[in-house]
Design a protein around this ligand. Structure first.
Ligand code: MG
Length: 202
């Protein structure tokens, strides 16, 4: 199982980090050991003082495929969920400044908590709200209509490079409002008002 993720898929988030709008999706991956399930607590890593939350909608691949055409991409995932792309922002900034890969900042243990998955047909994928509260305060609000690259475009795009296998996860990018998560915080994520994520930072 692998985790593929897209960076810079929501304009407001690109602006808040001062990044350039990409001409193609910015893709990175996280190892399987990054996955954290069942709302288990996230233990703050000792190599960072600035771990940021990035709430994202996650697609779960339902059958193998490569070189998938965009018009058929919807057949390759039938469930969606929420995930947090935890990012050691201090480490990432250092690596980016040197032009080095982000793996340490993005792929560390438990850096990819994911919620339970729900059937996609119950949701309007082109106009889907999702949000993140920390300790009851709204921090991130997103809507899929604001994505630069759609779910189907992303599935088709990554499948040109990586053969997708059943169970693979695709993180589809974070909206604006990213910021630090601290020990003691409780992160709750909703997908169209349905609470799916509820995890504590320790
Ligand atoms: Mg992200």
């Amino acid at each position: 199982m692998k985790i593929l993720a897209v960076g810079r898929n929501y304009l407001e988030h690109i602006k808040e980090l001062g990044n350039q709008t990409p001409e193609e999706p910015v893709i990175f991956s996280k190892p399987e050991t990054a996955v954290l399930r069942n709302n288990e607590p996230f233990y703050y890593p000792d190599f960072s003082q600035d771990v940021h939350h990035e709430l994202e909608i996650v697609l779960k691949i339902s059958k193998p495929g490569k070189n998938i055409e965009e018009k058929f991409a919807h057949k390759y995932y039938d469930e969606i969920g929420l995930g947090i792309d935890f990012t050691a922002r201090d480490l990432q900034s250092k690596l980016k400044a040197k032009g080095l890969p982000w793996d340490l900042a993005k792929g560390f243990n438990d850096s990819a908590p994911v919620s339970e998955f729900v059937k996609k047909e119950n949701y309007d994928l082109k106009n889907l709200n999702f949000n993140l509260d920390i300790n009851g305060e709204r921090k991130q609000t997103g809507n899929t209509s604001l994505m630069i690259y759609s779910f189907d475009y992303l599935v088709a795009f990554v499948s040109r490079y990586f053969t997708l296998k059943t169970g693979d996860l695709i993180f589809t990018g974070t909206p604006a409002g990213v910021g630090p998560a601290k020990p003691g915080d409780r992160l709750t994520g909703r997908l169209a008002h349905r609470g799916l994520l509820d995890l504590e930072v320790k």
